[in-house]
Design a protein. Structure first.
Length: 297
């Protein structure tokens, strides 16, 4: 019997990556997009393509890869299907919308926090839980680059959710907001430096106006500092007073790993790591930090 497809809503730049990896793992998809160009690009890999969510296909689950400001409207449309929903981060760009999404879907809603599936981030989380290097005293992350391809939200909404999900994976919680400073241009906001918690202290810096491309995570333990330097790095660097060492981690693509987790859940397995309620917590924390930095929403 053919495997039931998932419904992929949105097949733009990132949606095409999702469709590619769904095909690699053997999960068929029905693609919905209003763009004829997007649907034409999807046809070689999709089981079917549609221009509207007014469909009658039986689907096993839904993956939403529309712009962030469209997430809540899309969730409202697909909630009737009564199947698990995997939505790209951020869950919404307003706390009220994120809360409404969970109210509509309950435990069927999950957020695509791909960095929680990065082998290096998982390794740092395992180190934190093991106590091998002592308790975590601080975390520092950098997510810097040039340019912003999203028209609906500023770079804080697209970049900071990644680092908050990394904090969640390593510490198990998203600490309270303490302080934030926005990076402003002449007519727009480009990034933020955010301070969360006190013990451990978390310092997160995101920007879409830096000439360098930088993805770095430092975890300061009592007895050492562990570093993942780059989104494609397969080594954890650990430095202490006793010397330096490296730990090799896997190189499986995080997007593919999170999609595999979702498909396993559709087959009766455990849920993906980030629940809808985790997504609400991230949106709420960003809204709090934006308020501290004097920004709207």
């Amino acid at each position: 019997m053919p495997r039931a497809p998932v419904l992929l809503v949105g097949c733009g730049r990132w949606g095409r990556n999702i469709l590619r990896d769904l095909a690699i793992i053997g999960q068929p998809a029905v693609v919905v997009d209003t763009s004829a160009e997007a649907l034409a690009a999807a046809q070689p890999l999709a089981r079917a393509t549609r221009r509207s969510l007014d469909i009658d296909e039986q689907v096993a689950g839904v993956i939403i890869a529309t712009p962030a400001t469209d997430h809540i409207a899309t969730i409202e449309q697909v909630a009737r299907l009564e199947v698990p929903i995997f939505v790209e981060k951020p869950l919404a760009s307003r706390t009220g919308d994120a809360e409404r999404a969970v109210a509509l879907t309950g435990n069927r809603l999950f957020v695509m926090d791909k960095w929680r599936y990065h082998p290096g981030i998982e390794a740092l989380g395992a180190l934190a839980r093991s106590g091998e290097l002592g308790p975590v005293r601080a975390m520092r992350t950098w997510r810097l680059g040039w340019g912003h391809s999203h028209d609906d939200v500023d770079p804080i909404w697209t970049l900071l959710p990644h680092d908050l999900s990394i904090v969640l994976e390593i510490l198990g919680v998203v600490p309270p907001a303490v302080h934030a400073v926005a990076e402003r241009g002449l007519d727009r906001v480009w990034g933020m430096t955010a301070h969360l918690g006190t013990d451990p202290l978390c310092m997160l810096e995101v920007s879409a106006r830096r000439p360098e491309h930088r993805r770095r995570v430092e975890v300061v333990f009592e007895a050492a500092v562990a570093v993942l330097d780059g989104d494609r790095d397969t080594l954890i660097q650990i430095r202490s007073d006793d010397g330096d060492r490296t730990t090799s981690v896997g190189d499986d693509p995080p997007l593919r790993r999170e999609l595999q987790a979702f498909v396993r859940h559709l087959d009766g397995g455990p849920p993906p790591k980030s629940s809808g309620r985790d997504g609400v917590a991230v949106v709420r924390r960003i809204a709090e930090l934006r308020g501290m930095a004097g920004l709207d929403g």
